[in-house]
Ligand binder design. Sequence first.
Ligand code: BES
Ligand code: MN
Ligand code: ZN
Length: 513
Amino acid sequence: MPIATEIRPVPGTLIDSAADLVAIPVVRGGAAPTALAAGAGVEPAELDARLPAPAAALVAHYELTGKPGEIAQFPADLGSGLVRVVLLGVGEGAPADLRTAGAALARAAKGHGTAASTVALLEPVADGGAGAVEAFAEGALLASYRFSLASEQKGAAPLETLLLVGADSAEAASALGRGEALARATALARDLINTPSSEKDPAWLAARAGVVAAESGLHAEVWDEDRLVRDGFGAILAVGAGSDRPPRMVRLDYRPQNPAAHIVLVGKGITFDSGGLSLKPNDNMKLMKTDMSGAAVVLGVMSALAGLGSRVAVTGLLPVAENAFSGSALRPGDVIPAYDGRTIEVLNTDAEGRLVMADALGYAVARLEPDALVDVATLTGAAKVALGTGTGALFSGDDALAAALAEAGEASGEPVWRMPLTEEYRDALQSRVADLANVGDGGYGSPGAAEAGLFLREFTGGLPWAHLDIAGPGRSVSDEGVLSKGGTAFSTRLLLRWLSADGPAAGPGGASG
Ligand code: BES
Ligand code: MN
Ligand code: ZN
C-alpha cells in the first residue's frame, strides 16, 4: 500500500504552523542537550514563554539526552490553542540520526492530521543540511509504511501531513524529493513482498513489473514459458516445473544519455519457496512468500532511477518462478541445463534460488556486456545465522565494488558485511555427473552462504560482481524504526544511493577499477 503520509516544506515558524503536533529537535553534544527552540525566525525566549517551562528546563525535567529518536510529549498552547509538543532527539544531526528521528516522529504522530517539525535548523549542526532533510523525510515516510489486508484497519492511522518548517529552499526541496523517492521505491518493493503467494504468482509479478516499467519510463521485456524454452533458460524452467503457475523472466532497461557505466542488477524472484520435493518444514515455509525480495528490490530500484537522476545505464533482470511440490517438480538427482550451456546436478531442490539466478547471470554475461553485475537474493538461511537480521551478507571478488556497496549501505542504514569467497569451498560443488552440483555434500554445518556465493560466481564470466544475500535483513518481526513487520526491501536504498551517487569515483563508474 502506498505510503499515506505527505511531506510539505513550508515557510514560517514552528509556532505559527497549523499543526496539531509540533516537534522541537533536541541536539546532543556540548555541555547539555539543547532544544533547538528557535524554529526558523523564532527567538528561543519567545518559544520558552509559550512552553509549560523553558525548553532547557523541560529537557532537564524529562532527562533527555538528545539520543536520536528519543521523545518526550506534553500539551502546550503555542499561540493557536492546545497542541501536542514533542521534544525529539536528533543526536548530532547526522543523516543517520535524522533518519531515526524522522521515523520516531512519524510513529509518535500516528493518528494525527498534521505534524510540524524543523530540520533546516540543523544546518549549523550537521555539515550536510540537505542530507539531513533527505534522511528525515526518508525515515518519516518509511515508518509510515503499512501493509494490511484486514477488513478493518487496526491501530492508529499514519500521519497525514508532515510540515517541514523552514525547509522551503530549492536545495531542501530537492533533498526532500530524494528522501521521498528512496522511501517510495522501498514501499513499492515491500508491497510486492508482502503480497500473499495466492495472488503473487510469476505471471502476476511479471505483469506488475510491466506496469511499474510503463510508469517509470523503462523498457520492459517479459519471457513467458514458451520463450524461456526457446531461449534455453533451463534452470528457471526446471525450478518452475513443479508449479502449474509457470515461470517468467523479466528484463527492465534504464538508459540515461551518455551513461557513465552499465550495471546489471539481478534479483531472485521465487514467488513461493516450499523447498520443492526437498520440502521445508512448515515453520520455515510459512515465511516464504518473501522469497522474491531480491526481484522486488531490483524493481523498486529500477522504478526510482530516473527520478533520482542516475547517470548509469542499468538493466534489471528478474528470474521469477514458484518452487512448488508436485509430481512434475524437479527431483533431487536431476541434471538440468543452464542458460550458459553447462549442466547442473540438483542435489537439493530447496537450493533453487541459485539455479534461477544462474540463468539470469548467464544471460547478462552472454548478452549485456555490463561493467559490473550485482545480484540480490534471499539466498541462504546460513547468511541469516551468520549476521542476524540487521546486516546483509556481501560477497565479491572486486574490492572497489565491495567497498562502494558497503559505503552506500552505511549511508543508507542498510549495513552489509563483506564475507570471504573461500576458494577451498569451491571443491564441494564438484559433481560426478554434471559440470556442477547446486549444493555441497556437507549438510548442516557446511558454509552455506559462501557455497551459494561460489556457485553464483561460476556464472559471472569473470566480470566484476557482487552478491548481496539478504535472507536475514529481508524480513522484520516487528514495527520498529524505519521497518514494519514483514518484508523490508532491504538494500533498495543502498543500491539507489550507489547508482545515483554524484561523482563517478564514488559511484558505479569506479566499480571496474
Ligand atoms: N529461500 C531460502 C533461504 C532463506 C532462508 C531465505 C531463511 C529467508 C529466510 C533458500 O531457497 C533456501 O531454501 N536455502 C537453503 C539452501 C540449502 C538447501 C543448501 C537453506 O538456506 O537452508
Ligand atoms: Mn529454497
Ligand atoms: Zn529460496
